[in-house]
Design a protein around this ligand. Structure first.
Ligand code: PMP
Length: 426
């Protein structure tokens, strides 16, 4: 038996399910989760010293590859001056200035410690600003695990079959309207009926929590229009796609300007960070400037700011996103070829450094219902085949994959070669 197996048994004694976040438990693919002891560049090393080419990247943050020497150095240098102050530090202003410089829609930004905090607060802010309670989200999108947002959610909630979690008060769930993702007509219809009661729309402008689903032509534009017509706040949840599909995230990639944006993952460079920001007029409602309350003991933590700043600096290099996107496209094309050669019904989606793959007869996957109809048994077999080959993919058919700067041409080719071998066994 593997060390991971023994460690998983031991972990279950005092940790619910043996994990500190549900998708890690491999519930949907079966088998024991792999326990890792180190990560460097594009590779993970497990407790049995097996190496894997990694396409999870800590679920997105590792865009430079793991343990990038400059990021590690920035954190080490900060650490000797103290881990946390609970008081203002200069580096927080440096971070805020940089985010506002990079993202034209953001006049002011507040740092928090997770994506969940960022989206939860953005929702509260939109409600406080508009004086309305109802919010609109889309089925299959995941925005963290706060009460209002765990209604028909994606990611682990979907993977584990509890998209609407017990424990969410009915009254809150009733204020959350969940619409069909990428269905602009439905959005228009709902807004024409009750638009004046809706505080905000929150959307993953490139969805990554029901696999990777780009917006259909005109969808984001429709969201912008109905929010303008009805005085609702448009929130882009760019926790996953921000600084990932383009330096300016999905809003830069598609040229649609939200009122508020939420971040996580890349902006923390692997440390626990989230952020929300946007128009000054709305952000001025946040305490202590305004009455909408939000706070955090570790918010703006100096180590986290150091890792995030260095990461943002390095991904701002000219050509970074072109290279990342080209590499990701090569991976997707190679996986497609491997499937075609083996006669397996298969298709991929890609936006910048984010990708998804589907065992499906359909070629254009843009709806949650299509993802849900994919061949899950085949996915599981492929997953374990690739794991065996030393390729670590997301252990769920409802998650996107990520490529990093550290993935070499050889890594991509080795992954494609492994997929060609595995596809033949499906
Ligand atoms: N929003 C999106 C789009 C996400 O992908 C995630 C996490 N995968 C979150 C919010 C929640 O972030 P966190 O896990 O840091 O709380």
């Amino acid at each position: 038996m593997s060390k991971s197996h023994d460690l998983f048994i031991a972990a279950q004694k005092h940790i619910p399910g043996g994990v500190n976040s549900p998708v890690r438990a491999f519930k949907s693919v079966g088998g024991d989760p792999v326990f890792f002891k180190a990560a460097k560049g594009a590779y993970l090393t497990d407790e049995d010293d097996k190496q894997y080419i990694d396409y999870v990247g800590s679920w997105g943050p590792a865009i430079l590859g793991h343990a990038h020497p400059e990021v590690i150095q920035a954190v080490q240098e900060r650490a000797v001056d103290g881990l946390s102050f609970g008081a203002p530090t200069k580096i927080e202003t440096t971070m805020a200035d940089l985010v506002c410089d990079l993202i034209p829609s953001i006049d002011m930004v507040r740092m928090v410690s997770s994506g969940t905090e960022a989206t939860m607060t953005a929702i509260r802010l939109a409600r406080g600003y508009t004086g309305r309670d109802k919010i609109v989200k889309f089925e299959g999108c995941y925005h963290g695990h706060s009460d209002s947002l765990l209604v028909k959610a994606g990611s682990g909630a979907l993977t584990l079959g509890v998209p609407s979690s017990p424990g969410v008060p009915k009254a809150l769930a009733e204020s959350t309207l969940t619409l069909t993702h990428n269905d602009a007509d439905e959005v228009r219809k709902v807004f024409s009926e009750i638009g004046d009661q809706i505080a905000c729309i929150i959307v993953e402008p490139v969805a990554g929590n029901m696999n990777c689903i780009p917006p259909e032509e005109g969808f984001l534009q429709t969201l912008r229009e109905v929010c303008d017509e009805h005085g609702s706040v448009l929130i882009f949840d760019e926790v996953m796609c921000g600084f990932r599909v383009h330096l300016q995230g999905a809003q830069g990639y598609y040229g649609i300007t939200p009122d508020l944006t939420t971040y996580g993952k890349v902006i923390g460079g692997g440390m626990p960070v989230g952020a929300f920001g946007g128009k000054k007029e709305i952000m001025s409602h946040i305490a202590p400037l305004g009455p909408v309350y939000q706070a955090g003991t570790l918010s703006g933590n100096p180590l986290a700011m150091a890792a995030g700043l260095k990461t943002l600096e390095l991904i701002s290099a000219s050509g970074f996103f072109e290279d990342l996107s080209a590499k990701t496209a090569k991976l997707c094309a190679g996986l497609q070829q491997a499937a075609d050669d083996a006669g397996i019904a298969f298709t991929t989606n890609q936006v910048g450094g984010m990708f998804g793959y589907f065992f499906s007869e359909e070629k254009n996957i843009s709806r949650f219902a299509q993802v849900a109809q994919g061949d899950m048994e085949r996915f599981k077999k492929f997953y374990h085949g690739m794991l065996n080959e030393g390729v670590y993919l997301a252990p769920s058919a409802f998650e996107a994959g990520f490529v990093s700067l550290a993935h070499s041409e050889e890594d991509i080719q080795a992954t494609i070669d492994a997929a060609a071998r595995v596809m033949k066994t499906l």
